[in-house]
Ligand binder design. Structure first.
Ligand code: SIN
Ligand code: MN
Length: 292
């Protein structure tokens, strides 16, 4: 899938592109059906909501679940980003966010690249987020919110919030958010939230400021997020466990477009459990960076 000139201009201006119903209900079902069994596992890669058993985020399912391993190599997700960067990609992070009915907590305002830079020492913002809705997303179940054009600010000041939710995040303060929203049009378009059926996809810039509210509705809002990084821009530090910030910088090779509906062999290196080495972290620079 290639992006048109109009889409490229829109991405440059707004920092995101929305593709409603890019995946069929049958394709989405092949993924959604696998989620409850993954969320039921008592593993470090399932981060639960504060004070609740509901899964907030599941990390690295592409390493141990066949449907998600296929999604991680899907040309509808990988090719547009490859062509934007003019380079092959590796998977920096892969997560299935729950935002479960009645339980899903907020994601504070943040930029993803802020975290990748501060925690992982990713050299530049040549990394992209892709979200796929596994449930319909509406105004009630905590849709993702963006400040259009905020990616043009580059990396902005953030503070490490360790207390608001169960997951530490580098967050942007309210005064700066107010300014950014004002500049983006205030009440007229200063915040947008793409909504649509399961199977819709959002591609968004790693510096785009985003957040989501809590889910007080009876509707789950499960979404998958791929964070794809240009291979040359790989992280330089392993301060976070490997299931959160991946350490294998091998370029992704796409499967055929029909891969979600057919059997294709995929490598599942963590099928029998996450190796102990994945939890070992360090604030030292990694050898590859030192050698570079
Ligand atoms: C994220 O920003 O990584 C997740 C936001 C969400 O799922 O609402
Ligand atoms: Mn984010």
């Amino acid at each position: 899938m290639k992006l048109s000139k109009t889409q490229l201009e829109q991405f440059e201006r707004d920092g995101y592109l929305f593709f409603p119903s890019l995946f069929t209900p049958e394709e989405t079902k092949s993924l959604n059906d696998a989620v409850p069994a993954l969320y039921a596992r008592r593993e470090a890669y399932n981060v639960r909501e504060k004070g609740s058993d509901a899964v907030r985020t599941n990390f690295a399912a592409h390493m141990y679940s066949e449907p998600f391993a296929k999604l991680a190599r899907h040309p509808r997700m990988i090719e547009p980003v490859e062509s934007l960067f003019g380079e092959k990609l590796y998977m920096h992070q892969f997560k299935i966010n729950g935002k479960m009915a009645f339980e899903g907590d907020v994601w504070q305002w943040h930029q993803d690249y802020g975290t990748w830079k501060n925690d992982d020492l990713m050299p530049t913002e040549r990394a992209m987020n892709i979200a796929i809705f596994l449930d319909d997303v509406n105004e009630f179940n905590g849709p993702l919110m963006f400040i259009p054009g905020s990616h043009k600010k580059g990396v902005i000041d953030a503070k490490h919030d360790l207390t608001t939710t169960s997951y530490p995040l580098w967050t942007v303060d309210n005064a700066l958010i107010s300014q950014l929203v004002d500049r983006a049009g205030g009440a007229q378009g200063g915040i947008v939230s793409p909504k649509g059926p399961a199977g819709s996809m959002i591609l968004f810039h790693s510096c785009l400021v985003h957040a989501s509210g809590s889910n007080l509705s009876p509707f789950n809002r499960v979404s998958v997020y791929l964070s794809l990084c240009a291979v040359s821009n790989h992280i330089r530090r392993h301060k976070r466990p490997e299931y959160i910030a991946h350490r294998d910088f091998t370029a992704i090779e796409c499967l055929p477009d029909d891969c979600l509906l057919r059997d294709y062999p995929v490598d599942l290196p963590w099928r029998n459990g996450v190796p102990a080495s994945a939890s070992i972290t360090s604030t030292e620079l990694i050898d590859a960076a030192v050698a570079a």
